[in-house]
Write a protein that binds this ligand. Structure first.
Ligand code: ANZ
Ligand code: ZN
Length: 813
């Protein structure tokens, strides 16, 4: 028997597959297409760690199974290579990010190839390649044309250390996600993408896709659709205070029941999802940024206190302000009151941090009886909490002149960064013509080389320092103009990359229409849980926009979306360089082989959950493969004997069949289990069932060649190299990759349990479910204790019992 030499085998087959283009997707084919997708990696300087390949292997299993099922599979890969780590490295070392990226992708590519993942490498893309980002820029221009890209001065999250604007999600606990510095608010002109225009559809169309329920939920939560009412509350000067000077007795004893007939100073529009609680509204809260506050400056008696509070709030992020465990703060606007339109009662007006300027109308009616946040606040500031009966939401809303509205938590997408390593935004600023898009024929606007990658002190991108690049001609009036120096966020390139794989070398358009029609939508997209909100939402948004322009054939990009858990370091902590617990797959591949690593990563635990790595347990995966290897050589022997016409001495035909049938039966069960488990991403249980099969096959005296072949086929998605090697040793001329996925024999599985008839004196009286292997004794016993049978026997003893195997049992009395 040959030794199992993983190094030799894996190298041999990787070369074979590459030479034969085994995994190339065909743009023309009679086969049904299947597009499987993983989130393309960011090629970091640290190279691959064992967590990276988990999703690649998972989708590889799916893709390989699909090929055997007769599909023309597209399983592509590329690099999401713009981003801060490379840029920060460039800032530190002065190295050109292009050079760094090239080196990093070379490492990643070599490492991924060593794992035998069936990617179609001929379609490799890189978001930092000008030939790629030309189209990212082109899509931006389409947004601009349609008015969905616009500039706005907004308060953005600003990291004073990285000198860059941050998206809300890049702020963790009030600090910059990358460097930990407390984030400030800063007003800046930013490019925005109007994703909110698509909020309704992004929410609704989730009904039509097959995403894991928790993924749909996180999309929906992020979009934050709410149906409610907008209701105006009049603001008046505080009559109670005005009167107290002249007629102090007037207000005494009235409590909150002060009725006002003052003419209003203005009104505050509140947004509420609970108009039915309006009678319980005991105060009104404005966001500290609410425009009414400045307008009412004269009427507000405690202006300096108010102003101080407003300034304090400025540097707080929305996330901090609405954190559930945070104690709420606020200041009453003295000198003014609001009128509850439902009952004309005067209620106090406050500003408080828990009301956000960016949501709803930036003002609320507070109902402490029904709303927890309001109750906390009311308790803290001793505001009335009253229990009033609920009313009909629609009717009330109508009565008080409000209207039903739909609001979304989703905000427009801040699309500019003041950084170097990103796609330049393709517009110029002309004094005469304003913002002018770069003509499409001039794309791509390439990133120029710079000496220094540091953002400027004013927080502009380093591009601003390259006057040769910045100063340009206006495409419209040919006068002097300046290029935009902001670049795109690194979510840009990943918002449409799956479209480029379809036609990665096209120079005329981002992807050929016919090819898009053939390949899209993506049939199955698997990715990390951390991307189930933003990346997924952003790319769905781009896709819908392109769909509206008639540029892609479907309204949704991904039919199905699943997510995998992370691989943690030994002991269950996150793998990180700083903890020194990062496992490099190169070592594992060298010592145990890629197949062992693959099997181990799929066996390690449920695919959707995070699991801890254990180098010790990898041995189990290796032993399994060795077992399969040994069985292979026994199949060989029996095959040779058979073909040379020798009978097998000492093994009579009878025993022969019995043993084969029990293995065949288990094989059938295993084929079914593996086939179904793969579809549910239950890779771990698929492997454990194959482990059981291998153990049984090893014990069996004879392993039929046909059975073993089927085993290799279902193993091949997990351990493709060894499966291919053993397949060819059986004398197969073609790759296992072009064979046909085995089916299972239903009879062999389902007939395990059969229904037999119970007869009494030859007449059918009842039925009994039995196991096909159940012995006669047990069947007789169960028959006699059957309720119906006992009733017929009426205490008499059976004279005779005749059992016809798996058919009937006759009790003669
Ligand atoms: C009265 C009320 C009574 C409310 C009650 C809720 C429960 P969602 O579901 O998240 O849309 N709200 C409105 N605008 C707000 C803002 N800018 N900042 C903070 N809170 C705001 O929540 C809508 C509810 O959140 C609204 O309905 C409002 O409080 C509050 F028993 O009005 B509600
Ligand atoms: Zn001009």
């Amino acid at each position: 028997m040959k030794e199992y030499d993983h190094k030799k085998i894996e190298k041999k087959w990787q070369i074979f597959w590459e030479k034969n283009g085994t995994y190339h997707a065909q743009n023309k084919s009679k086969k049904p297409k299947y597009y499987s997708l993983i989130e393309f990696p960011y090629p970091s300087g640290d190279g691959l760690h064992v967590g990276h390949p988990r999703p690649y292997i998972g989708m590889d299993v799916i893709s390989r199974k699909r090929r055997l099922e007769g599909c023309n599979v597209l399983y592509p890969i590329g690099w999401d290579a713009f981003g801060l780590p490379t840029e920060n490295f460039a800032i530190k070392t002065g190295k050109d990010p292009r050079v760094v990226t090239k080196k990093n992708t070379d490492t990643f590519r070599r490492q991924i190839k060593s794992l035998g993942v069936s990617f179609d490498w001929s379609r490799e893309i890189n978001t930092t390649d000008p030939k790629y980002y030309k189209w990212t820029q082109w899509i931006f221009l389409q947004f601009l044309k349609k008015g969905l890209a616009y500039k706005a001065k907004i308060a953005i999250n600003w990291c004073p250390k990285d000198k860059t604007g941050l998206a809300n999600e890049e702020v963790v606990g009030g600090c910059c996600e990358r460097c930990g510095t407390p984030v400030e608010k800063r007003e800046k002109e930013q490019w925005m993408l109007a994703i909110t225009k698509y909020a309704e559809r992004l929410d609704k169309d989730l009904d039509d896709v097959d995403y894991l329920p928790q993924i749909k939920l996180s999309q929906r939560n992020w979009i934050g659709r709410s149906e409610g009412a907008e209701i105006d509350f009049n603001i008046v000067a505080n009559r109670a205070e005005t009167f107290s000077k002249t007629a102090p007795s007037e207000t005494e004893g009235h409590g909150t029941h002060t009725f006002s007939k003052n003419s209003p100073l203005g009104f505050a529009k509140v947004f509420t999802t609970r108009p039915d609680t309006i009678f319980g509204a005991t105060y009104l809260v404005l966001a500290p940024e609410h425009e009414l506050i400045q307008k009412l400056k004269k009427q507000i008696k405690n202006w300096s206190e108010v102003e101080k509070y407003v300034n304090e709030i400025k540097n707080k992020t929305d996330i901090e302000r609405t954190a559930e465990d945070k104690t709420k703060t606020g200041v009453e606007l003295k000198g003014i009151k609001a009128i509850n339109p439902a009952n004309e009662e005067e209620i106090s007006v406050w500003i408080a941090d828990y009301v956000l300027a960016t949501y709803g109308t930036g003002a609320i009616m507070a109902v402490p009886e029904h709303d927890e946040r309001d109750r906390d606040f009311a308790t803290k500031y001793s505001l009335p909490i009253i229990n009033k009966p609920l009313v009909d939401a629609r009717e009330i809303t109508k009565k008080v002149g409000g209207k039903m509205v739909t609001k979304f938590k989703l905000r427009d997408w801040v699309f500019s960064r003041q950084r170097y390593w990103g796609e330049p935004i393709p517009v110029v600023h002309c004094e005469k013509c304003g913002i002018v898009p770069v003509p499409e024929k001039d794309l791509p606007i390439e990133l120029p080389k710079v000496k220094n990658y540091q953002p400027t002190d004013s927080g502009e991108s380093p591009l601003a320092n390259i006057s040769k690049w910045v100063n340009t001609k206006c495409p419209k009036c040919k006068g002097v103009a300046k290029r935009e120096t902001d670049t795109m966020p690194n979510w840009a390139g990943s918002s449409w990359y799956y479209l480029r794989y379809v036609d990665p070398k096209n120079k005329k358009i981002f992807a050929d229409k016919k090819l898009l029609k053939y390949w899209t939508p993506v049939d199955w997209y698997n990715g990390g849980n951390e991307h189930t909100t933003l990346h997924l939402l952003y790319s769905r948004f781009w896709h819908k926009f392109l769909y509206d322009q008639g540029l892609v054939p479907t309204a949704e990009p991904y039919k199905k979306r699943t997510a995998h858990g992370m691989i943690l370091g030994e002991g269950g902590v996150k793998m990180s360089k700083s903890l020194g617990n990062v496992i490099n797959p190169d070592e594992i591949v060298k010592t145990y082989g890629a197949d062992t690593l693959r099997v181990y990563e799929m066996f390690i635990g449920p695919f959707s959950q995070s699991v801890a790595w254990s180098t010790e347990s990898i041995i189990g995966a290796r032993r399994f493969i060795e077992k399969v290897w040994r069985i292979g050589f026994r199949v060989q022997v029996s095959k040779q004997k058979n073909s040379s016409g020798l009978t097998l001495p000492g093994v009579p035909g009878g025993t022969h069949t019995v043993q084969n049938s029990s293995v065949s039966k288990l094989l059938n069960k295993t084929i079914k289990k593996v086939s179904e488990d793969i579809e549910d991403t239950h890779f771990n249980t698929a492997i454990s069932s194959m482990m059981i099969l291998a153990t049984e096959m090893e014990k069996a005296e004879i392993v039929r060649r046909e059975d073993y072949k089927k085993f290799l086929q279902i193993l091949s998605p997990f351990a493709p190299h060894v499966a291919e090697e053993l397949w060819s040793t059986l004398g197969e001329k073609k790759s296992v990759n072009v064979s046909i996925w085995p089916t299972w024999d239903k009879k062999l599985i389902e007939d395990e349990e059969v229904k037999i008839m119970i007869q009494i004196n030859g007449k059918v009286r009842a039925e009994l479910m039995i196991n096909v292997d159940e012995n006669e004794e047990s069947i007789k016993r169960r028959t006699l204790s059957d309720e119906v049978v006992m009733k017929y026997l009426e205490g008499r003893e059976a004279k005779r019992i005749v059992y016809v195997k798996n058919r009937l049992i006759n009790v003669v009395v």
